[in-house]
Design a binder for this molecule. Structure first.
Ligand SMILES: NC(=O)c1ccc[n+]([C@@H]2O[C@H](COP(=O)([O-])OP(=O)(O)OC[C@H]3O[C@@H](n4cnc5c(N)ncnc54)[C@H](O)[C@@H]3O)[C@@H](O)[C@H]2O)c1
Ligand SMILES: O=C(O)[C@H](O)COP(=O)(O)O
Length: 529
């Protein structure tokens, strides 16, 4: 196996380079490449992995050129510089490092709060200019002030903890913050309007989503307390910069500290040059400790995926540990084959997919197995579908996916049953793993029929009458088709029967039609796996 190749296109700590090398991965460290999208597009096709921070924009155009790419690793938190749907559609795993720079960023927000309260940057500039303006800089105390946190997740919680330590009164708006967690953090959970009306300092710590974009809009800013100070170390675009600039000029807002901007790199901005505005160039995560953390973590995660199939902190696929990956692999293959079997037999629109996981397999990562089953099911219609994209593609097509887990009920230690419902019919197929690695079908439409899945197969349904087996064998033999195995099942004597025939050659349309003319044959279909 040739060593996977990773490109680092942003300024990651060199610690990442060492990890990749130690793990036997070829690594190309080009920290300035993220700013050169033409060059990136030109070479991205050579790499299996791409490690980035926030400067590299992984657009759909870049992804279209990334023909070998399997994983994008974000050494940091925000993945808004990656086109996730486009990556997902191409089967590229996108992973981040959700905790490595949280403390550092929370500390930056706290530093910004002090910088605003005591006008440290302006006082520093004035002092170093030889002005000694002792009477110009009258600050405010932090103790006892009301801090309003918008978004109380990893970073917001650390800010809350530090602020409580500074004897501030902390209120938080976060629809997903539980009452228990708020109590544990010592913060009061409030609605946004309440926060706007009460906070003397507001700090933002939400991701950028359609709901949070412009959360401090002109209207929201108008509801804030006179003299409020605003800090944004989360994402540019959470605050209306134009409206904030006007309120700073009018004196309604006493100060604003911004680490992030609508347009980055920010070389011109409506807030630049206004009194008591403190700006840093997206430095929230920029400490030696945080950069070391995220670089090491992203390199380990990407190596684990490229070398062992383990997935952690992916934003577009369930996690799979390095220990789980080899155990899961045969079941992924089984789920994909069961899906493929049902998909090849289904010619009308699928409404619902029901998957039942029974026995040992019910305790595995069933989300990954469901993705594999859905990919197999959709592949006859969408040749390029991959396991990462499959569930979202199914949802876009209005297909309902239902999963159930239960303990072992029959002979098999593990059993996966896939049921597909269309307008006209419901078809179920079940399978298991034999000898630890081999996928095997064990039941079709409730009829027991055990067969290994070979690359070429015939699926035949017929009325259970004498003579069928001899005729099909003769007909295939006369046409030069070698039979590898032939398995039969029926619901009861003289009832409905199924034959699964593993074959070594392709059966053409003419021969399929001829098989259909054998007495009692209902349906024949050539399948490939
Ligand atoms: N400046 C920097 O260098 C820097 C560094 C790290 C992270 N960040 C950014 O900081 C932000 C927070 O990161 P995190 O790790 O704490 O994320 P997180 O996911 O742990 O927390 C985000 C919180 O926002 C809440 N939230 C979501 N939608 C909301 C809404 N509509 N209203 C209010 N709250 C909402 C969530 O419930 C969650 O608790 C992200 O945008 C991240 O990209 C910036
Ligand atoms: O989301 C993040 O982790 C921060 O915005 C840090 O971005 P950076 O890695 O480009 O400093």
């Amino acid at each position: 196996m040739t060593a996977p190749k990773v490109l680092i296109s942003d300024a990651l700590s060199p610690a990442a380079v060492q990890i990749f090398k130690d793990r036997g991965i070829e690594v190309d460290f080009q920290p300035a490449l993220g700013k050169d999208k033409e060059k990136l597009a030109e070479i991205i096709g050579n790499y299996d992995g791409l490690a980035i921070r926030s400067a590299t924009k992984v657009t759909s155009a870049i992804l279209a050129k990334a023909t070998n790419l399997k994983v994008i690793g974000r050494a940091g938190i925000g993945v808004d510089n990656v086109d996730i749907p486009a990556a997902t559609a191409r089967g590229v795993i996108v992973m981040n490092t959700p905790f490595g720079n949280s403390i550092t960023t929370a500390e930056h927000a706290i530093a910004m709060m002090f910088a605003l309260a005591r006008e440290i940057p302006a006082a520093d500039a004035s002092t170093q200019a030889g002005k000694w303006e002792k009477n110009r800089f009258m600050g405010v105390e932090i103790t006892g002030k009301v801090l309003g946190i918008i978004g109380c997740g990893n970073i917001g919680s650390i800010v809350a903890d530090r602020a409580v330590g500074l004897k501030m009164r902390v209120i938080a708006f976060d629809p997903f913050l539980s009452a228990e967690r708020a109590l544990e953090l010592g913060v009061e959970k409030v609605e946004l309007d309440d926060l706007l009306a009460r906070a003397e300092i507001i700090t933002l710590h939400t991701p950028m989503t359609p709901q949070t974009r412009n959360i401090l809009s002109r209207e929201a800013l108008a509801k804030t307390r006179p003299g409020v100070r605003i800090i944004n170390c989360a994402r540019g675009g959470l605050v209306d910069e134009e409206a904030l600039a006007e309120l700073l000029k009018s004196g309604h807002v006493a100060g604003a500290a911004l680490d992030v901007f609508v347009e980055e790199p920010a070389t011109a901005n409506p807030l630049f040059g206004l009194p008591n505005v403190v700006c840093t160039p997206h430095l929230g995560a920029s400490t030696t400790e945080a950069q070391e953390n995220v670089a090491l973590q992203v390199a380990e995660q990407m190596s684990d995926y490229l070398l062992r199939g383990a997935i952690s902190n992916a934003v577009n696929f369930p996690s799979i540990t390095a220990e789980e990956a080899p155990r899961l692999k045969p079941y992924i293959s089984l789920a994909e084959k069961l899906g493929s079997f049902a998909g090849q037999l289904t010619e009308t629109d699928i409404k619902t997919i029901r998957i039942v996981y029974e026995g040992d397999v019910a305790h595995m990562k069933i989300k990954a197995l469901t993705s594999a089953a859905v990919a197999g099911l959709l592949r006859p219609a969408l040749a390029d579908i991959n396991i990462v994209a499959a569930p979202s593609v199914a949802r876009e097509r209005g297909i309902v996916i239902e999963e159930t887990t239960r303990e072992k009920t029959g002979d098999h230690d593990s059993l996966i049953t896939l049921e597909v419902e269309t307008e006209n019919l419901t078809r179920a197929v079940a399978g298991t793993i034999i000898a630890g690695t081999k996928p095997r079908i064990v039941q079709i439409k409730g009829i027991n029929v055990e067969a290994d899945l070979l690359p070429r197969m015939l699926y035949i349904t017929n009325h259970d009458r004498p003579g069928f087996i001899g005729r099909i064998g003769t007909l295939l033999g006369e046409n030069g088709i070698n039979i590898a195995h032939m398995q039969f099942g029926r619901d009861f004597e003289g009832g409905n029967a199924i034959a699964l025939v593993g074959i070594d050659q392709v059966v053409g349309e003419t021969l399929l039609k001829e098989i259909n003319t054998i007495p009692n044959v209902v349906q024949v279909k050539a399948l490939t796996f």
